[in-house]
Write a protein that binds this ligand. Structure first.
Ligand code: AQP
Length: 328
């Protein structure tokens, strides 16, 4: 079983990224051959600063290692170090429908937010994402719920390619966690927690100081009623229940039972302290790892060499099947 996922070095990683994706990456090391990638090429699809991008790539790699990725048990690399990703993305455009790309919710939302330029890269983002995964013949892709639509398109691309050019790709499945697949913004619990949120107050960053985490949970938007239980008209409390369930590896029902008589203030305090304890060891390891950029670079470049040994043969096969390039 091969597992692949990518994470963008855009902004600081938040609790949604952590619970929805990173925790699953760590668990993937025990479940199969795990391959993870910091997708810096994806980050160039929206406005970015070149020097910052490089730093954010190291930041993101350090967060992943601090969370528990172990380069002896998984493969971790930087997307742009493996040119097979971008070549395959181009080849896959030949079986990707323009109309499908136009329907992508993420493109619609992100293009609406761009002030200066809506890039063609943003439009083609899901094709590059398909190439990331398909190059490794991955069986499973751990992601948060917001990537569900991209995963479906990726499967369609693989199926269309296989039927046009012969069986070249494994058709991957999404692995979306049961609890915590969509952590919501604490200030606007109808929108997902996001690195591009309008205000930082609703976003818990993995590296936030204890006092910031306490303050953000204290100010988290709830409803005017009472009772700690999940309901469509209680998106704020529902989100806090999901967060506590995820960090305690419990079920939301267990959390509801435990806090059935509690007031909102008491409940928010409990969520804040659980999240603080949960992130403390990650923050400590991050500080140690981030201080040694040369060591981070070594992990990424060794990972890239091993990744190319897997993606290269896929590309050779695909080029042959498409009649592109000199015959092998
Ligand atoms: N709120 C979330 N809840 C659960 N999972 C989430 N993910 C993102 N937000 C949530 C999952 O995190 C992984 C990495 O996402 P990314 O590479 O898109 O990184 P990002 O740019 O930091 O993601 P954001 O915050 O979602 O930014 P925007 O909104 O600007 O794109 C993915 O598996 C994703 O599902």
């Amino acid at each position: 079983m091969r597992i692949f996922s990518g994470i963008q070095p855009t902004g600081r990683k938040h609790l949604g990224n952590y619970i929805g994706a990173i925790v699953q990456y760590v668990a993937g090391q025990d479940r199969g051959e795990a391959i993870y990638c910091v997708v810096d090429l994806h980050a160039t699809t929206v406005a970015f600063a070149p020097a910052e991008l490089r730093e954010l790539t190291y930041d993101t790699a350090a967060i992943l290692l601090a969370a528990g990725l172990d380069p002896t048990r998984c493969l971790l690399f930087r997307q742009s170090d493996v040119p097979e990703h971008s070549e395959l993305a181009w080849l896959l455009t030949s079986v990707t429908a323009y109309g499908d790309l136009q329907r992508m919710t993420q493109f619609k939302e992100k293009s609406a937010k761009q002030r200066e330029l809506v890039t063609a890269g943003l439009f083609l983002y899901p094709v590059l994402m398909a190439a990331d995964v398909l190059a490794y013949q991955a069986d499973e892709v751990p992601v948060g719920d917001d990537q569900r639509q991209h995963l479906e398109l990726m499967r369609d691309i693989a199926i269309r390619f296989n039927s046009r050019f012969g069986e070249q790709f494994v058709v991957p499945d999404a692995r979306i966690p049961e609890v915590g697949a969509r952590i919501m913004d604490l200030q606007d619990p109808t929108s997902k927690m996001s690195s591009t949120a309008a205000s930082e107050e609703g976003v818990i960053y993995v590296l936030d100081a204890t006092a910031q985490i306490e303050r953000k949970f204290k100010r988290a938007v709830t409803d005017s009623g009472e009772g700690v239980y999940r309901a469509p008209d209680k998106p704020g409390i529902t989100n806090l229940i999901d967060i506590l369930a995820a960090v305690r590896a419990a079920s939301p029902v267990e959390i509801e039972r435990e806090f059935s008589g509690a007031g909102y203030g008491q409940f928010k305090g409990a969520v804040a302290s659980a999240v603080i304890d949960y992130l403390a060891p990650v923050k400590q390891r991050y500080a140690e790892l981030r201080g040694d950029q040369a060591a981070l670079e070594a992990v990424l470049s060794e990972g890239a060499a091993r990744a190319r040994a897997i993606a290269g043969p896929t590309l050779a096969k695909v080029r042959d099947a498409m009649g592109v390039g000199a015959p092998r």
